[in-house]
Ligand binder design. Structure first.
Ligand code: GLA
Length: 744
């Protein structure tokens, strides 16, 4: 890991372990261009990659064709209005309404360590394990500076970037675009991957060719949403899980985002991410600064899998914080699918009585414990315990749960207000609305104006009271509708374009207070399932509920998309009720367990009412969780087969960092008649280590050689990776199995 300025060549070179990122200053005026990003290179002069001297558009010698230069130069942070007609990263309007800006090199600073971003989630590091470059560009005519910050981390192949805009123009200006990162790459016949979906089927993988013009994903919902995701990757046409060049870009942000590719006339592809410019207009007074969210760039020449592993390492080691960051999480049972709103303290205690015997470690009391909440039509905002439902109050219930050896967690939806609530009676103006217009409801609720400090203080005060009233060790922070009808009683007319970003900053502020006041609290984010599964949220809580659809087969697709970027340790996954409440599918309890073991693991069912046969399997599942979770949480993830692609069979593998153990999970979704065993190639093992293959009960995995009683075989890692192993088709659909690979 190193960052240097190579003075005679006017190059900045950012080197991670296996990649180089090079920025060049060129021309008499000091244009700043993106020269190279890819596999490591030496400190040579690669300014030729910027093609500035190829003519005929060389600005130093050809003033008459300056616009042609602007329209093809790979700007490191492209501005608007001057003649680069591709998508711009920065657009500033001055008081007269002009919107042309041009940035040139001004100064730079390279230092050890990594600074935080005020009010925003961001990666973190110290002087030993990280390094940063602050590259200041200036619009000398307008007196506006832009500081581009790049940081890297020891042993992680990722570069994080953000931009700070400083207005010294003497007058107020309006930012109407301020991307976090933009990078121009020579097109290598790229495909791109985005994640799309809907409620209960989030983060499905979509791979398409990069075509001319702009393609992209965005959100205007005030959160990323179920439908879109702030991630894009560009990959060579022939790139697979295991080989080929891949460029990934993710955004550490939980609000309106936009991520695009823009392929131009010279086949240069501009890849950009940041706050969605639509509905964004930020007033920057003279002397003020604006800081964008942080973007993460990952390059891998080991295919998609290499990219995923770099994201996982970065997020586990330099984004997620707090008490549970490196710890096994308590196995929880959540009562949502068990009872919905129909519960009281006795019902919950009966669940705990059974759950504690089975080895489950925490009860999470979901929606319905507060105000007058008997269905989803009322009471959001009235965060007072309903003592008719919970006799003796929260303290009594939590004590009873603790007495039975279990922890207690609770559900909140802190950003919401029901029109039927005490809070709305007292403060209708606290709900986001446009004066004089009837706002649209979703799930019969409105959103609180989190741009307001009084609103945030009031709600946080209520949450804090509840959490301080008993031994509550976990919070599920939910958010069940997007933002619409944007307006508020307090925000100034010329600052309405700041609302969406300010809302997100408001949410971050309250979350920060929560994790600061309750440092041992386990915070699990949720948004109607996986509507706000983003890197921003991971800065506050180490895990996020992946989807309201916990059907094991739907989860294969959702979890594959999630794991593309996020570590398994972050993925909220439970064994849920059957037939599944969302798709009605019947899957074996065993398969539900195996699929949930890929995430945080827990239960979402009424343990007192499930078939005895299933209940009897819980202790063994829990034993597996304890046996495998360190590996799953901290290991390297490899995708072996994708049910989403082949429609039949799913397989993934986690390998410990020291390569002594691995866990392979196979799900045989659709059985075919009259087939031979399937051969799968393991990945990520040490070539020269020798391994034994084991079933989940510890017996030897016979490797497709049924009939052999005890083979007692060991295999070199090289063999398991190149010749693979054989997996025999199970009897029936939706069957699964684990293979534990252990060094001898
Ligand atoms: C959302 C969550 C669910 C549950 C309900 C409660 O849909 O995703 O897990 O908490 O809200 O209303």
């Amino acid at each position: 890991m190193n960052i240097k300025y190579i003075e005679d060549k006017r190059l900045f070179k950012i080197d991670t372990e296996a990649t180089s990122y090079v920025i060049g200053i060129v021309g008499k005026e000091g244009f700043v261009g993106h020269a190279y990003y890819g596999e490591s290179i030496e400190d040579d002069d690669v300014t030729y990659l910027l093609r500035i001297f190829e003519g005929p558009f060389t600005p130093d010698t050809n003033e008459r064709d300056r616009l042609s230069f602007y329209d093809c130069f790979p700007f490191e942070y492209p501005t608007h209005g001057i003649g680069d007609f591709r998508e711009s990263a920065l657009r500033i309007e001055d008081e007269a309404g002009h919107y042309s800006n041009n940035l040139k090199y001004k100064s730079h600073m390279i230092y050890k360590g990594k600074k935080g971003l005020a009010g925003l989630p961001a990666t973190w590091g110290n002087e030993e394990d990280s390094m940063s470059l602050e590259l200041t560009l200036s619009d000398y005519e307008a007196n506006i500076d832009v500081v581009l910050t790049y940081s890297i981390f020891e042993g992680v192949d990722a570069v994080v970037r953000s931009a700070k805009i400083i207005n010294n123009s003497g007058k107020a200006v309006f930012l109407t675009k301020a991307a976090s990162a933009s990078i121009d790459l020579d097109n290598k016949d790229f495909d791109k991957i985005n994640l799309y979906g809907s409620w209960a089927r989030e983060r499905h993988i979509n791979r398409t060719p990069v075509s001319y013009g702009i393609q992209g994903m965005y959100s205007k919902r005030g959160e990323p949403g179920h439908q879109e995701h702030p991630f894009t990757c560009l990959l060579e046409k022939n790139a697979t899980q295991t080989q080929g060049e891949v460029y990934g870009m993710d955004l550490i942000y939980s609000g309106n985002f936009r991520t695009i590719t823009d392929r131009n006339q010279f086949d240069l592809v501009r890849l950009m991410t940041g706050i969605n410019p639509e509905d964004f207009r930020w007033k920057l007074e003279n002397g003020d600064t604006f800081v964008t969210p942080e973007a993460v760039l990952v390059y891998s020449n080991e295919g998609i899998g290499g990219m995923s592993r770099s994201f996982h390492d970065l997020y586990r080691e330099h984004l997620i914080r707090g008490y549970y960051r490196d710890k096994k999480r308590p196995i929880l049972i959540n009562n949502w699918e068990a009872t919905y709103f129909d519960f009281n303290e006795q019902k919950l205690i009966s669940i705990v009585d059974e759950a504690s015997k089975l080895g489950i470690e925490m009860l999470v009391m979901d929606d319905g414990w507060f105000g007058n909440r008997f269905d989803d039509n009322s009471s959001l905002g009235d965060w007072f315990v309903n003592e008719d439902k919970l006799k003796g109050g929260i303290k009594y219930l939590v004590d009873e749960v603790n007495k039975r050896g279990m922890k207690f967690g609770i559900w909140f939806e802190p950003e919401m207000i029901s029109p039927v609530s005490k809070l709305y009676e007292a403060h209708p103006e606290w709900a986001i609305h446009v004066e004089g217009r009837k706002p649209g409801l979703a799930r019969n609720q409105m959103v609180l104006d989190y741009t307001r400090k009084d609103v945030r203080d009031y709600i946080y005060g209520l949450i804090k009271n509840v959490l301080s009233s008993a031994n509550i060790e976990y919070v599920k922070w939910d958010m069940n509708r997007p933002l619409s009808d944007i307006g508020g009683a307090e925000i100034a007319k010329d600052r309405l374009g700041e609302f969406m970003h300010r809302y997100t900053l408001g949410v971050y502020e309250v979350m920060e207070r929560l994790v600061t006041d309750f440092p041992k609290l386990l915070l699990e984010n949720c948004s109607g399932g996986g509507g706000r599964f983003d890197a921003g949220m991971l800065y506050f809580g180490p895990q996020i509920w992946c989807s309201d659809d916990a059907d094991a087969i739907e989860r294969l697709v959702i979890q594959e998309g999630t794991e593309l970027i996020y570590p398994l340790s972050a993925m909220g996954a439970h064994v849920s009720d059957c037939p599944n409440h969302i798709v009605g599918r019947v899957t074996p309890f065993r398969t539900r367990g195996h699929v949930a073991l890929a995430g945080t693991f827990g239960y979402e069912l009424d343990v007192t009412r499930i078939p005895e046969e299933d209940r009897n399997m819980i202790p063994a599942q829990i034993e597996m969780y304890h046996k495998y979770n360190d590996l799953v949480r901290t290991g390297d993830y490899y995708r072996i087969a994708s049910y989403a692609q082949n429609g039949k069979f799913d397989c993934w593998q986690v390998v410990s960092k020291d390569k002594t153990t691995a866990l392979v999970t196979c799900v045989l979704v659709r059985r075919s008649p009259n087939t031979r065993s399937r051969n799968i190639k393991l990945q990520g093992l040490a070539c020269d280590k020798r391994y034994r293959l084991l079933n989940e009960d510890g017996s030897e995995y016979i490797n497709g050689m049924a009939g052999e009683e005890k083979a007692d075989r060991v295999y070199y890692g090289l063999t398991l990776m190149n010749a693979g192993i054989n997996v025999t088709e199970a009897w029936g659909d939706n069957q699964s199995m684990l293979i534990y690979v252990k060094e001898v």
